[in-house]
Unconditional design. Structure first.
Length: 144
């Protein structure tokens, strides 16, 4: 499938796939018919587009039966890259996808071989730091 050059179209496609991927009954169909599109959108330069696409990958990775398909369709490189994103939501979704994959003993060796642990740990640290900072800010606003 050729993707549009219109950023608004790409954002809407990524958001639609993300929304559809949250329903259990859609996961296999998306994985079978649109995985290359999801991966391409996750690698896009636009932060909103890749945030939605990585969220879709995280949703798909909730289903263990799709793990091998996600990895065979090159779904891992964007997840590793986006686990170190400057956007905390994107980092969180990439880490959620990697954690979903890492829970499957059948793919753990491949994940380790591909160097997933460092970005996963770094992404988790960034996310936890952000949450801690947000909590401190919340406490300060309550005390003032």
């Amino acid at each position: 499938m050729a993707l549009s050059d219109d950023i608004d179209v790409l954002r809407e496609v990524a958001a639609a796939i993300c929304s559809l991927s949250s329903a259990e009954e859609n996961k296999v169909e998306i994985c079978d018919r649109a995985m290359s599109t999801v991966v391409t959108l996750a690698l896009h330069d636009d932060p909103q587009t890749n945030k939605q696409a990585v969220s879709a990958l995280a949703n798909l990775a909730e289903l263990v039966a799709l793990h091998v398909k996600i990895l065979s369709e090159d779904g891992l490189p964007p997840l590793v890259t986006l686990a170190s994103s400057m956007d905390v939501d994107t980092t969180g979704e990439a880490c959620r996808a990697l954690a979903n994959l890492a829970a499957n003993p059948d793919v753990q060796a491949k994940l380790v071989a591909e160097g997933v642990l460092n970005p996963l740990i770094a992404g988790a640290f960034i996310y936890i730091s952000f949450m801690f900072f947000s909590f401190i800010v919340y406490l300060n606003t309550r005390l003032i």
